[in-house]
Design a protein around this ligand. Structure first.
Ligand code: ADP
Ligand code: MG
Length: 172
């Protein structure tokens, strides 16, 4: 009789532990995967920092439910700007772009959200503020196709590279 009770208790305990492991490992992690939580690199560029738009841009970031995971203010050296924008080194606007990006301080952030990369690009708007969607950050705060207030990574590969550029310890 005692043995039967003992076996019953053991079976119940194993069942409860199995259910717990299933819920913890399977349900929650698959939910997170389904959500596609991403990180992206965002920059408030020198024109927007200089015209004191940083606060308004951060306010918008938080209202749109991005999580600011990392943030810092710095000024790029010409070498750093050339390296960060090296994909554009053969473009006619490269030299001006480097001059512009080193003309003052920038505020750099790692943002987290479901589909953060695409969502941040959407919130920024098109490269040219004149073509940027109404109420997008570039539409509101950009001056021209060069001085367009904000930067955002354009793919998961780029975001990893760009986050590593400014926050190397964040990328394992
Ligand atoms: P985005 O920033 O939208 O990803 P790009 O990667 O094409 O755009 O360009 C990088 C940056 O170079 C732009 O944000 C802008 O500051 C500058 N830029 C892009 N195209 C031009 C252009 N035709 N003339 C001057 N500057 C440009
Ligand atoms: Mg780009």
């Amino acid at each position: 009789m005692k043995t039967k009770i003992l076996i019953g208790v053991i079976v119940l305990a194993i069942t409860l532990v199995t259910i717990d492991i299933y819920f913890t490992n399977h349900i929650f992690s698959s939910k997170d995967k389904a959500k596609n939580i991403e990180y992206t690199l965002a920059i408030v560029k020198p024109d927007a920092v200089q015209s004191k738009k940083t606060g308004k841009i951060i306010d918008r970031i938080e209202n749109e439910n991005f999580e600011i995971i990392k943030i810092k203010k710095l000024r790029l050296t010409p070498k750093q700007a050339e390296s960060f924008y090296s994909v554009h080194k053969n473009k006619p606007f490269f030299k001006n772009l480097v001059n512009y990006m080193t003309s003052g301080s920038i505020v750099v952030m790692v943002l987290q959200k479901e589909n953060a990369i695409e969502e941040w690009r959407k919130l920024m708007g098109s490269t040219n503020p004149e073509e940027a969607e109404e109420n997008s950050l570039r539409n509101l705060f950009g001056t021209d196709i060069e001085k367009n207030a904000v930067h955002g990574s354009d793919s998961p590969q780029t975001s990893k590279k760009e986050i590593y550029f400014f926050f190397p310890s964040f990328i394992k």
